[in-house]
Design a protein around this ligand. Structure first.
Ligand SMILES: [Zn+2]
Length: 363
């Protein structure tokens, strides 16, 4: 059975009402409430203080943490004000509760920089809000991350310095930068202690919070992909910037990465599982680009599953499969961005040029 808990002390009666209601709703839906969290607890609601947003320190990767932050004002720029709390409290999801005179506004933020909102009237606190929150959070909380890597020092020596494909990835990374599609990585060092950064890296295997990625097929089984947390406009080194992804180990739930010997590799992008599924299913796909931007008339996912989950990978792979030409698909990831397939990287850039909308629609 999935277990959950709520920790921290709400300051405002509306937040107390919210937490009680959520506790009731999740319990009604079959989640078991624990007073003392067990190591592999599934879901934690963590009410954090604005001054010192203390993280909940997960023992397991599968623990989904929703941080709750209260404010007395309506945020002017939700993302700018609230996103640092998501990072500082090491959460998978942030609920930013804005207590206004007559109403309460709820803003939800994801690590992928997505957000959506709900609100309710303070005078008629309607229980429906709990179901709405449950419907949004439950699929995310129960999704499965595939972000661990297994490194094999078996990359053929002829590839240690890259090949024409890594050259094309490097050129494409520069192009993304010129198109303004590489938002600055979130400055983790500015808001997190060294200990917190270590915790994030250990648990989530991320090298940093940067956004977007790109890959290109090497052959039937393998592809090259940008590594996690790197500056995609400056890619040069094999094992650090470009990773040679050679498969997915179902049993261990890990991505397989081939590297040159005697290096300390960077981690694969969390979306490697998604790219892997698409390459495997569609031999004619030669390249994939993922950006946090949008285009008109795209088919989009209905649930904003987190990056690096099997569920997101499967949903995107299914939409690619259902598209008119899977080797030239543009798939929308709700509240997040686009995944674009092509015969090769040039094919992708030729098709998207002039059609990119910088702002991802949020709902
Ligand atoms: Zn993304």
């Amino acid at each position: 059975m999935s277990t959950f808990t709520c920790i921290g002390q709400p300051q405002h009666p509306s937040t107390e009402w919210l937490i009680d209601g959520l506790q009731q709703t999740f319990a009604n839906e079959g989640y078991e409430y624990l007073n003392t969290p067990e190591d592999d607890i599934k879901l934690v609601f963590n009410v954090v203080d604005r001054e010192t947003p203390r993280p909940y320190r997960r023992k397991a990767q599968g623990t989904f943490v929703v941080s709750i932050v209260e404010t007395e004002e309506r945020p002017q720029e939700v993302h700018k004000e609230a996103y640092p709390y998501l990072v500082r409290s090491l959460a998978n999801h942030l609920m930013y509760v804005s207590h206004l005179e007559d109403s309460t506004e709820l803003y939800f933020l994801t690590p992928e920089q997505g957000n959506y909102s709900m609100s309710f009237d303070n005078n008629k606190q309607d229980d429906q809000v709990f179901d709405q929150i449950y419907q949004r959070l439950q699929p995310l909380a129960s999704s499965q991350l595939v972000i661990d890597n297994d490194f094999y020092e078996d990359l053929p020596e002829s590839l240690w310095n890259g090949d024409e494909i890594t050259d094309s990835l490097s050129a494409s990374g520069k192009k993304l930068d010129e198109m303004n599609l590489l938002p600055a990585p979130f400055p983790l060092e500015d808001v997190l202690s060294e200990r917190d950064i270590r915790h994030l890296k250990k648990l989530y295997g991320i090298g940093g919070l940067s956004y977007g990625n790109l890959s290109a097929r090497k052959d039937e089984e393998n592809f090259w992909m940008s590594a996690s947390g790197i500056d995609k406009s400056q890619m040069s080194e094999v094992g650090k910037d470009f990773l040679h992804i050679s498969g997915y180990d179902y049993e261990k739930n890990k991505m397989k990465v081939s590297i040159p010997p005697n290096i300390t590799p960077k981690r694969a992008s969390v979306d490697a599982i998604e790219h892997w599924m698409i390459y495997k299913e569609h031999p004619e796909v030669g390249a994939i680009v993922h950006i946090h931007a949008w285009m008109d008339n795209v088919e989009a996912t209905e649930i904003n599953y987190p990056c690096g989950t099997v569920e997101l990978a499967e949903t995107v792979a299914r939409l690619v499969k259902e598209s008119e030409d899977p080797s030239r698909a543009v798939i929308g990831l709700k509240n997040h961005g686009l995944t674009i397939t092509g015969r090769d990287l040039d094919d992708i850039f030729n098709r998207i040029e002039g059609k990119i909308i910088p702002q991802v629609p949020m709902h």
